[in-house]
Each structure stands twice: as structure tokens, then as C-alpha cells.
Ligand binder design. Sequence first.
Ligand code: COA
Ligand code: AMP
Length: 632
Amino acid sequence: MTYQAFYQNSQTQPIQFWEKQAKAIDWFTFPEHILSRDKDGLARWYEGGQLNTCYLALDYHIKNGRADQTALIYDSPVTNTKAQYTYKELLLETAKFAGVLKELGVQKGDRVIIYMPMIPQVVFAMLACARLGAVHSVVFGGFAAHELAIRIDDAQPKVVLAASGGIEINKIIPYKPIIDAALEEAKHQPSACVVFQREFLKAEMQDGRDYDWAKLLATASPANYVPVNATDPLYILYTSGTTGQPKGIVRDNGGHAVAMHYSMKNVYGAKPGEVFWAASDVGWVVGHSYIVYAPLMYGSTTVLFEGKPIKTPDAGTFWRMIQEYQVKVFFTAPTAFRAIKKEDPTGQLKAAYDTTSLDYLFLAGERTDIATLNWCEQMLQVPVIDHWWQTESGHPMICNMTGIEVSSIKPGSVGQVVAGFEIDILNEAGQIVPPNEEGIVAIKYPLPPGCLPNLWQDTDRFKSAYLSQFNGYYFAGDGGYKDQDGYFYITGRIDDIINVAGHRLSTAEMEEVVASHPAVAECAVIGVADELKGQIPVGFFVLKSGVDTSEAQIEKELIKMVRETIGPVAAFKRAVSVERLPKTRSGKILRKVMRAIADKVSFNPPSTIEDRSVLEDLRILMKAKNIGKKKY
Ligand code: COA
Ligand code: AMP
């Protein structure tokens, strides 16, 4: 079937289309309704259906001949460890850990926060929650205690799961003190904290609250899967929004299971039994969907890589992995390849490896620049496919659907709309703009299965953040355009969210931290273009009158504050003092204009600007301080 025919079918008969996709998974009870509305008028998929996500990821395959197939490959250059688990072994580990959670009182619907690095235990833990019908919320290890505390208070977990630490290239990162500090700050207290002690670092334990993972496991009996409703939540994943409070994206069990299976087959062109590797982190949506759930539910072999694209031990590590595990489909963020290219521009390290097992390379998380796309194509000699999605959607929204038809690739474009989605480019008035005209990317509501049905206990915010901008559409927060052939181009976020090395961060959150410095009168944090990380945050602050501390000292303090409050992942390493910030007459800071100056793109300052001369001052300052694009 051609992509066009497949897409048309999803549009003309959406209910039949999604009913057919649902039949590809093994339900305990097939849904009564394919699509319905809840009491708040929000779309729900597969109401009346009963299933269990962990059953689909493990037990189902064991019943269907995959017991001895490798399910999970763990490769950790930072600890010199390699391990593999068959589906049977992964089930054993998971069921035993589900037994641990059950003993601790975790039941269907309870929340469990997971703050762990890329080790097999994190996969056991996620699947164990799914097995019991508990709702996990994984927090990325690069976030600091305060961020963890916000998530603990919002999710109200019964149990927190942690590891004693992680390794960033060669630096040991103790996780337990971060958990302790977060629990000190949080109002909500879990009844237990289970810590996996790693060999290189033993965490201090608090009597009565902390439990040793291995000790609990030694006496646990395996727990069986618990049937849940399709509309019951599987997990909450917090993501940056445009305020200091992250959004708790909810993923339901039914829609998610169908979407994971659907996308593996039709979008990624993957095949059960083959190796699918997403080099990301379980703390991000890519890790949830394409390290843990989708490959396992689809019967593939997945890869958990505890390392970086470079320095672990060198820029040849990705090539080594592809060869060693015969990876068929590989997915990562463009920044990872920019890092490799910077270390080894001519690909000398590549020559030592045979990567011909690979069928496709998929890139997402941020814009793929054409130079990086071309370099990857040259290195790997396979289609390099840029595609677009976000935490909220849980799976690709715009992509070359390689499982249906490998369409031609237009460098710079993220491809065509994935069947099931309907996407338009709108102007601010909500009208569809003609081809090649830039506007706002908007997705017809209801969104397909697998996308967020709501925010965790915040329907009002869900409606105001996503559904109130344009009637009948979901607002994705990105700008872009569509060409005459239906290919989309994403031009970047139109809000205060930035993408730093593929990590989604909120500048509003950073501004809150900078503004809390006693010497700062007002500030703006913007994302500026960066050759390696795509974007990096830069703070601009106006000092309170009478402050005589040096700019360098304040910059140092601000960097420390952001690192300690949000975390190292914010990569906040520059803050400069300015006399004034550009504002409208009503006092709104013109961050978009500041970004345009830094990135050297043309712009029209709004007619409501308070004083135009501040723009020239800023331009001179950025040039003097070497902020933004190199060429001035
Ligand atoms: N736990 C603790 N700290 C972490 C962390 C984690 N899981 N992940 C990152 N950090 C820290 C890093 O150590 C670094 O700290 P530093 O300021 O002390 O050096 C900081 O957060 C920024 O990390 P990172 O963004 O990874 O930058 P880097 O300079 O260390 O590495 C790249 C650059 C390009 C190699 C790296 O960003 C990378 O591999 N990117 C791919 C991103 C990706 O997979 N994104 C997922 C979306 S698909
Ligand atoms: P996240 O929720 O962390 O996956 O981040 C989602 C955001 O990353 C999107 O809203 C986009 O701004 C950006 N993004 C993801 N993929 C791409 C891509 N292929 N091209 C451009 N931007 C992307």
C-alpha cells in the first residue's frame, strides 16, 4: 500500500482504522468503544477494554515462542559491564520486583517515582509498576532535588525507587543525597524508598524509610499481572511547560499499547526479533516509548546504553554498538551525532566497524541541521530520517512512514504526517495558511491513541495549555510550514521552551531562579543557537540599584543557583549584566526579539516597543561577549 492510500484510509475511516490497529494487540477484554468522550468532554480511546502493559511486553511473548529471545541488551562502557536478558529472564526479574512493590503495599493506581540511571533495574522497575497497574513517574537523573521535590508533591508516590548513583562519562554522580534533599523539601512523604546499591557507590540509608533493593528482592515472591482498564494511567512523565511548574503528561494503558505497536511496525519499519536501539534516557519520552515499551511490546530486542556518544571511551562507540548488536533501527538526537562529528569529522573511527546491519537512522528531539543529516548519511549509507513528535504525543506525529513506504527524503523536512494525525499550519487567527507560509503547527483534536488524554489531575491546565488556542485543534507549541508536497518543516518553539542537547527545558523556570537572586532586579533567559547542543540558555539580568558586586561574581552565583535548583542538565553557563531589557510599553519583555538578535535572524520589533535603542545596545553587548551565532 502507498503512504497516500494508508493515510487517506486513516482519515476517511478513523474509527475502523484504530479498531484494526487495536486488534494487533492481545486484550483481556476487547474495548466496547473505540473512541468516546469523558465527563470533561475529553477524548478517550478504547473504553471498556482491559489489558496489562507488562503482560503485553513480556508474558505474551513467552506464550508465543519468544521466551529465549534476547529482550534486553545492557551495555555500559562507564562501568565496563555488558549483560543480556531473554524475555523469560526479564519476566522473572520484573515479576520478582513487582513482588517487592506489592509487599510494600503498592497497588493498582498508586504512584511510584523512579529516579535512576540507565541500568537494567530501571526497566524491571517500570515494567513491575505496569504489572501491578501502578503508575510510575520516572525523573531524569540530570534534574536537581528541587525538581524532584516538585514531582514528588504532584504525583504523591507511595514509594520512591532510586539507585545509589550514576556515572557521567567518568564522574560519579551520587543520586541518594539528591533524593534525601528532595524528600526534605517535599510536603508529601512516600512510605518507602528502595535503593539499588551500585558496586562503585554505597548510599547511606535512613532507618525506617529506606530499604535495600537486593535485600527485599532476596525474599520476594513473583507477582502476577493485574488487568487494568484501557483508560487507566500507565505513567506520568513531567515535561517543561511555560511556567515554573512542569506538566504531568499522562499516558493511558490502552491507547499507548496500540500506538507503540502501530508505530514500531508502520513508522519505524521494525520487525519483531530484530534489534531496535534508541540511544536516549529512560527519563525522557524517547526512553519510555522506544527503549522500554514499544520494542518489548513488539517482540524486538531493545538496547539500554549507559554511556555517551563520545568519550565512553571515544567517538566510535555508536558504530561499535551497531556492529556488536547488529542493530537494525537506530534512533537518537542530532546533537549526539554533532558531538561525534566534532571529535571525528572524517569518521576515522567508523572505518573499524561494520554497520551494514542497519536499515534506518531516525533523528528527533530537536531540529536536524542539514550538515549533520548529510554527514550521517555519508557515514552509515542508510536513509537518515528526521521526524517530529513530543512528550505529549508519545510517538511520532510527522515522519517518513518507512513501514508503509519509504518516501523520498527532503533534507530539512521532518516528512509527512503520520497516518492517524491531521496537522495544519495556522495563522494567529486560526486560519489555515497556504503552502510554504510559516505559521503555527496545530493538530486536529481528538488526537490519535497514545497521545496524552489529560494532564495529571489538572484538566483545566490541559484545556488552557493545549485546547484553548484554536477551536478543534491541539496546540503543539511549535512553528513551521508545509510545502506543496505535504512535507513539513519545523522552525522552532514559539513559546519559552528550549531544546538543549535534545533535552526539553523551560526558560521560564530558569528565570524564576535567576530572579530570586537578591541582587537581580529583573531578568530574561533565552535560548540561543549553539553549534553542538542546538540551543543553550543565556541569562540577561538587570542589577538592583546600589549593588556593587562584580558581574562575574553574580554570574557565578546564578550558574550555581540554576544548577542546584533545576539541575546540571539545564546547562546554564552564561549570564550577563545589562542596563535594560527590551520591553513593550506595557512592560512585556521581548524575548523573541532578543533571540533574533542572538541568532542573527531578521525581525520586526513590535510597534509597541518602549525604546528601540535598547536593541542596538543588546546587539553590541552580545557581540562583545560572544553570545549567539559566531559570525557578526
Ligand atoms: N544524571 C546526572 N547528570 C546528568 C545526567 C544524568 N542522567 N545527564 C546529564 N547530566 C549532566 C552532565 O554530566 C552535564 O553536567 P556538567 O555540566 O557537570 O558537565 C550536564 O548534565 C549536561 O549534560 P549533557 O546535556 O549530556 O551535556 P554533555 O556536555 O555532558 O554532553 C552530548 C553532550 C551531546 C554528548 C550529550 O548531550 C548527549 O549525548 N546528547 C544526546 C541527548 C539525548 O539522547 N537526548 C534525548 C532525546 S532523544
Ligand atoms: P520533547 O517533549 O522533549 O520530546 O520535546 C518536544 C519538542 O522538541 C517539540 O515540541 C519540538 O520543539 C522539538 N522537536 C522534537 N523533534 C523535532 C524535530 N525533528 N525537529 C525540530 N524540533 C523537534
